[in-house]
Design a protein around this ligand. Sequence first.
Ligand code: ADP
Ligand code: MG
Length: 335
Amino acid sequence: MKYAKIAAGILVLILLFFSFSKPGSHSETEFLMDTVVSVTAYGPHAKSSVKLVFERLRELDKKFNAHRVDSEISKINNAPANKAISVDPEVCNLLKTALKFSEDSDGAFDVTMLPISNLWGFTSETPKRPDEKELAAVLLKSGRHHLTLDENTCSITKAIDGLQIDLGAVAKGYAAEEAIRLLKEQGIRHAYLDLGGNIAVMGGKPMNVWESLFTGKKARPFRIGLQQPDAPRGTVMETVSLSDGYVVTSGDYERYFEEDGKRYHHILNPKTGYPADTQLKSVTVVSDNGTEADMLSTALFVLGADRMEHLQDRCKAIYTVDNRMNFKTVKPLTE
Ligand code: ADP
Ligand code: MG
């Protein structure tokens, strides 16, 4: 009798353990690529895999960050005109993708906006509305057409002095994709990454044993909240359920300053040199391709609601918030 009680007790303990146990997970957060990056991986090798991911992300930041003096991008930016600069093949490839996408987006996406961003001072302590003449002069010396890329030699040539590149609107998307690839290589099947508004998910969120028994599934889609612009962080307007893919938002509410009651944000219209003014506060894109998702969210933000149509097929879903805070599902997610 006594042994039966002990056995029953042990059984209850074992059941309790399994009912709450999930595969172990490991999360880390670090400031990289001018933003807060967090990576969560689930499963037995979670910790070592997350560490490897951060090593890779640091390496990518070193290559792609225009605000680092030792980056490959700074090498291009400091070079004079008409001199072929050989760059790292990975930089060459991403630049090629970005330049091709510039064409596809009818110039709404343009990686040569750095001198204009600097004129506005978005990353400085004292941002200000620039002098119109000065802005017009810098704009004349910007534009993707002044860049030539030789794929065979991985070299870049600038047609004019002062042209400067910034991959800030695409590098985080590419990095997210690289992180997912690396995690898969390490045998990780479930992960959640947030690179400053670029969300990447893999394999859904693992369930505990009871949940798995009831549903017959091992994981459920991650629930990704879409932030309400200008509201406290975590105020969600809509939730996207996704197991695998990328969810990227571009908006006017993270990096901006105000002057004479008007908001000036960091996503520029390459045709005018002014912050894109298309009555949108945010655009969110869902895609299976992280690099594209990042470029698309920036480009659609610049194009605005009326000019999005030709890029819609490249998105799995699109959500917008306009400046009256109306949320709109431009293209629903069908999975
Ligand atoms: P965030 O980097 O804040 O997530 P985005 O992906 O939309 O937002 O990228 C915006 C950044 O890209 C800006 O900070 C600037 O460095 C650069 N940028 C600004 N306007 C453009 C544009 N029209 N095309 C490409 N890059 C841009
Ligand atoms: Mg972007």
